[in-house]
Design a protein around this ligand. Structure first.
Ligand SMILES: Nc1ncnc2c1ncn2[C@@H]1O[C@H](COP(=O)(O)OP(=O)(O)O)[C@@H](O)[C@H]1O
Ligand SMILES: [Mg+2]
Length: 570
C-alpha cells in the first residue's frame, strides 16, 4: 500500500490533495443521500416518520438547522440533490485525475529525453538502445497506468472510509460486521494479488528481453536474409514470447479470479449477516434494508480499492524501473563547463595520450598534432583506435592519461558546447532520416538557410545528383535514405557536417563506400576546404594519404608519423 501513496504523490502534493478532497466530498455527499433513504424506507413502510434510530435524529437535526420541513418530498429532494452533487464532484475529480495522468505520462517521457541527451557519451554508448525505447514506450505507458490506478485506489479508499464512518453511526455490531466482511473480502484475494505482482515483474522483464532481440535481429536482417538464416531469428524470440505469454496469462487469471471470487463471497457474508441480525439481534426490516444498501456500497468501494491496487501491483515495477533509469541517466550527466574557446582553427595536439575502454587498452602514450588549417590523415587497421581518436577530440571520450589541447587550452577546460558547435563530424555509420534532403542536411535547424544547404551540397560534391532528383532539395530519401545509393548517402552526410561552417572537420571513413574516382574528388574538395578549417580524415584508403599534409598511423596501440608531410596544400 505504501507504493500506492508514493506513486500517487510523486508529482507533488498540492494538486493530488485537491483531487482527493474533491472526490472525498463526492463520497460524503453520497453518504448523505444514502442516510436520507433511511427514514424514507420507514415512511414508505407505513411507520410514519420514524425516530427510533440515531440516523433519523441526525436527519431531523440537519433539516431543522436549514429550516426545511420533514416531509417525504423534501427527503426525496435531498436524495436527488445529493445524487447530482455527488455526480458533479465525482466528474470533476475524474477530469482532474485524467489531466494529472496525462501530465505524468508526457512529463516522465520529456524528463527521460532531456536526461538522455545530456548524458555522458561513454555512458550512452554502453547502453543497449532497447533499454531506452522500452522505457519510452511500454514502461512509460505502464507507469502512467500505475499512477492512475494509485489515484483511483486512494479515491476508493477514502470512499470506503467515509462509508465505514457511516457504518459506525448505524450501529456498533453493524460496523464490526462491515469490517469483518471487508477484511474477509480483502484476504480472500491475497493469493491473486501476489500472483499479479509476480506477473507484473515477469511481463516487464520479458518484454525488455524481447525488445532487445527484435531490435538486434531487425538491424542485422539483411545479412541474415542474404545467407538464408533469417528463419532462425524466430527461435531466439520464442523463449521470451512464451514467457511473456505465461505472464500475461497469469495477469488475466489473477484479475478474473479476483472479480469472480468477490460476488459469491459477498452474497454469502451478507446472507449470514441478515440471518444473525434477524434471528439474534432483532433488527427490523428498515435497518436491514438500509444496512444492505450501505454494505453493498462498502463492498463496491473495497472492490474498487482491490482492483486498482492490483493494477498498481502489476505495473508498479515499470514505475520504479523508470524512476531508477532516470536517476541513473541523471547521475551520468555530462559536466559541461563554460570554459574558454581559443580562436579557431587552432593546432590540436595529443600529448602522451593513453586510452582504454573498460577492460580494453586501445592506445598508449600517443603523440599527434593536427596543424591548424591543414589536412591530417590517420590510417590503421580496423579496430586500431582511429574512431577513438576522433571521439576524444570531440570531447566524447576523455583520455585515461595524457592531455589533448586545442591551441593552448587543455580540452577539459574548453567551453565544450561552443567547441562542438565548431565541429563537423561525419561518423562511420551516418544515420539519415526518412525526410527531405533539405531537412537531412539542416537537421531541422531553422537558422540554416536553404542557400547554405545548397552550398554545403556543392562542397560535398552532392549537388550534381540532388539537382536531378524530382523535387531537388525537397526529395524525400526514404527510410534511412534507402532511395539513394551508398555513395549518395555518404555525400549527404558530408554536406550535413559542412553546413555549419565547421572549423574542424572530422571524416571517419567518409569515402569508404564511394568508388575511387568520386572518393578522389571528395578528397580534392576537402583539400580546398583547408585553410580556414582543420580536417581530420580517418581512413584506410590510400588516396587520403596522398591528399594529406601529415599522416599518422595507429597500430597495436602505438601512433607513429607514417609519412613526411607533403607539400602544404592549403
Ligand atoms: N564503446 C566501446 N567499448 C569497448 N570497446 C570499444 C568501444 N568502442 C570501441 N571499442 C574497441 O576499441 C578498439 C578501437 O575501436 P575504434 O576506435 O572504433 O577502432 P577503428 O576506428 O580504428 O576501427 C576496438 O578494438 C573496439 O573493439
Ligand atoms: Mg572506426
Amino acid at each position: 500500500m505504501r507504493d500506492v501513496f508514493r506513486i500517487f504523490f510523486s508529482t507533488g502534493w498540492r494538486q493530488q490533495v485537491l483531487i482527493l478532497i474533491v472526490l472525498l466530498t463526492s463520497g460524503i455527499v453520497e453518504v448523505v443521500g444514502i442516510a436520507t433513504l433511511w427514514p424514507i424506507i420507514g415512511i414508505i413502510g407505513g411507520e410514519g416518520m420514524p425516530n427510533d434510530h440515531i440516523i433519523d435524529d441526525y436527519i431531523r437535526w440537519a433539516l431543522e438547522a436549514v429550516g426545511l420541513p420533514l416531509t417525504i418530498e423534501v427527503l426525496l429532494g435531498v436524495i436527488l440533490g445529493a445524487a447530482i452533487l455527488s455526480f458533479a464532484f465525482g466528474t470533476a475529480g475524474s477530469v482532474f485525475v485524467g489531466r494529472s495522468v496525462a501530465n505524468f505520462g508526457t512529463g516522465i517521457r520529456l524528463q527521460l529525453i532531456d536526461a538522455l541527451v545530456r548524458a555522458r557519451w561513454s555512458y550512452f554508448v554502453a547502453q543497449p538502445v532497447a533499454r531506452f525505447t522500452a522505457a519510452m514506450n511500454s514502461d512509460a505507458e505502464r507507469a502512467s497506468v500505475a499512477f492512475k490506478s494509485a489515484g483511483m485506489c486512494l479515491v476508493a479508499l477514502t470512499q470506503a472510509a467515509v462509508l465505514m464512518v457511516m457504518a459506525i453511526f448505524v450501529s456498533w455490531p453493524f460496523f464490526l460486521g462491515a469490517v469483518a466482511i471487508a477484511t474477509v473480502l480483502w484476504l480472500a484475494v491475497g493469493r491473486y494479488m501476489r500472483m499479479a505482482k509476480k506477473a507484473g515483474r515477469g511481463k516487464s522483464k520479458h518484454n525488455l528481453a524481447l525488445l532487445h532481440s527484435v531490435t538486434d535481429a531487425l538491424t542485422n536482417v539483411k545479412a541474415l536474409k542474404a545467407m538464408n538464416r533469417h528463419t532462425f531469428i524466430g527461435h531466439t524470440f520464442a523463449v521470451h514470447i512464451d514467457r511473456l505469454r505465461r505472464a500475461t496469462q497469469a495477469e488475466t487469471y489473477s484479475t478474473s479470479a479476483m472479480r469472480a471470487i468477490q460476488e459469491p463471497l459477498f452474497i454469502s457474508l451478507l446472507l449470514g449477516g441478515l440471518y444473525i441480525g434477524h434471528t439474534f439481534l432483532g433488527m427490523d426490516l428498515r435497518v436491514m434494508l438500509g444496512s444492505t444498501l450501505l454494505l453493498k456500497r462498502i463492498a463496491d468501494a473495497i472492490g474498487s480499492v482491490r482492483a486498482n491496487y492490483q493494477r498498481v501491483a502489476l505495473d508498479r515495477i515499470s514505475y520504479w524501473q523508470l524512476q531508477n533509469l532516470l536517476a541513473e541517466i541523471r547521475a551520468n550527466r555530462e559536466a559541461l563547463i563554460s570554459g574558454n574557446l581559443p580562436p579557431l582553427p587552432a593546432d590540436i595536439t595529443l600529448a602522451n595520450v593513453s586510452f582504454s575502454y573498460p577492460g580494453k587498452q586501445v592506445m598508449q602514450h600517443a603523440n599527434l598534432t593536427m596543424d591548424a588549417g591543414r589536412l591530417t590523415t590517420v590510417i590503421g587497421p580496423s579496430g586500431a583506435g582511429k574512431t577513438t581518436i576522433a571521439d576524444m577530440v570531440a570531447g566524447l571520450h576523455a583520455p585515461t592519461e595524457g592531455t589533448i589541447t586545442v591551441g593552448s587550452t587543455p580540452i577539459d577546460q574548453l567551453d565544450m558546447a561552443a567547441w562542438r558547435r565548431q565541429l563537423g563530424y561525419i561518423p562511420q555509420d551516418s544515420i539519415l532520416f526518412n525526410d527531405t534532403i533539405l531537412n537531412n542536411v539542416s537537421l531541422g535547424d531553422p537558422r540554416i538557410q536553404e542557400s547554405e544547404v545548397r552550398e554545403a551540397l556543392v562542397a560535398a560534391d552532392a549537388w550534381g545528383f540532388v539537382s536531378k532528383l524530382p523535387g531537388g532539395l525537397n526529395f524525400s530519401i526514404g527510410v534511412r535514405g534507402s532511395l539513394l545509393s551508398g555513395g549518395q548517402r555518404q555525400r549527404l552526410a558530408i554536406a550535413r557536417a559542412l553546413v555549419g561552417q565547421p572549423r574542424l572537420l572530422i571524416l571517419d571513413e567518409a569515402t569508404s563506400a564511394l568508388d575511387q574516382k568520386t572518393a578522389q574528388e571528395i578528397a580534392k574538395s576537402a583539400q580546398a576546404l583547408t585553410g580556414s578549417r582543420t580536417i581530420l580524415a580517418i581512413t584506410h584508403q590510400a588516396l587520403w594519404v596522398d591528399a594529406a599534409d601529415a599522416v599518422y598511423e595507429i597500430r597495436d596501440g602505438k601512433v607513429t608519423m607514417a609519412a613526411p608531410a607533403l607539400s602544404g596544400s592549403a
